[in-house]
Design a protein around this ligand. Structure first.
Ligand code: COA
Length: 202
């Protein structure tokens, strides 16, 4: 599998996905600050007092992770209103030998329900299969997170099983379901993603 990928923005019909920049600090912090009650239900790092220092650490680590091929974090922006931070989406390798990777995301609460996670996840899945040359991509979704399950279902990920007490979120161990898409399943479903307007024609 490929170790590194280009830093150029990836686009979808509505969105631009691009690596983080230092000057994103304020907009990232603002998006987390506005969304923390929803994010904190499922994500261990989100909390009421999330500060600019944490946002700065994230942005710094994101740059080194990209350079080292550890993880590829993308800022999600509206192509026509690029200063507003809409959320984060990442893809990272979990095993180089098996060419497997994982995707994770969150969307600013003000703009949920508009298909942004689905469109961004479709585009990052394309990055995973086409650029990182993955063979299998997984998603781990906390039991009860119906919105995220819908994202996985709409894209055609298959639910494979249950990971008991997988993630400690604010003192509570949350069970997660494991979802996966194989490369051949991606090839089969990719034209439908273009028809639905989530990604451009390949
Ligand atoms: C989950 C999340 C990423 C969804 O983002 P989004 O941009 O709203 O996603 P989309 O609009 O593409 O799709 C969401 C789907 O879930 C549905 N949905 C959302 N909340 C739901 C709920 N409580 N019950 C049933 N369906 C729900 C929406 O109706 C939509 O489905 P539809 O298109 O069939 O109507 C976003 O809510 C979020 O960031 N949540 C907090 C962090 C998080 O959970 N991250 C994911 C960890 S795995």
């Amino acid at each position: 599998m490929s170790r590194g990928i280009a830093t150029e923005p990836r686009t979808t019909p509505r969105l631009e996905l691009r690596p983080f920049r230092r000057r994103d600090l304020e907009s990232v912090w603002e998006a987390v600050h506005d969304s923390w009650p929803e994010l904190a239900k499922w994500l261990p790092w989100a909390h009421a007092g999330y500060g600019r220092v944490e946002a700065m650490h994230f942005i710094r680590d994101s740059a080194s992770a990209w350079a080292e091929g550890r993880a590829f974090d993308f800022a999600i922006r509206d192509r026509f209103e690029p200063d507003r931070h809409l959320g984060n989406i990442s893809v990272w390798p979990t095993s180089r030998r098996e060419r497997s990777g994982e995707i994770g995301y969150w969307i600013r609460s003000e703009v949920t329900g508009a298909g942004i996670a689905t469109e961004a996840a479709a585009r990052v899945t394309v990055v995973g299969f086409e650029e990182l040359e993955l063979h299998r991509i997984t998603l781990r979704i906390a039991v009860g997170n119906r919105g995220s399950e819908r994202v996985a279902e709409k894209l055609g990920f298959i639910q494979e099983g249950l990971l008991r007490k997988e993630v400690l979120v604010h003192g509570v161990w949350l069970d997660h379901t494991l979802w996966a898409m194989l490369e051949e399943e991606y090839r089969a479903v990719r034209p439908e993603w273009a028809e639905r307007g989530w990604v451009a024609e390949s």
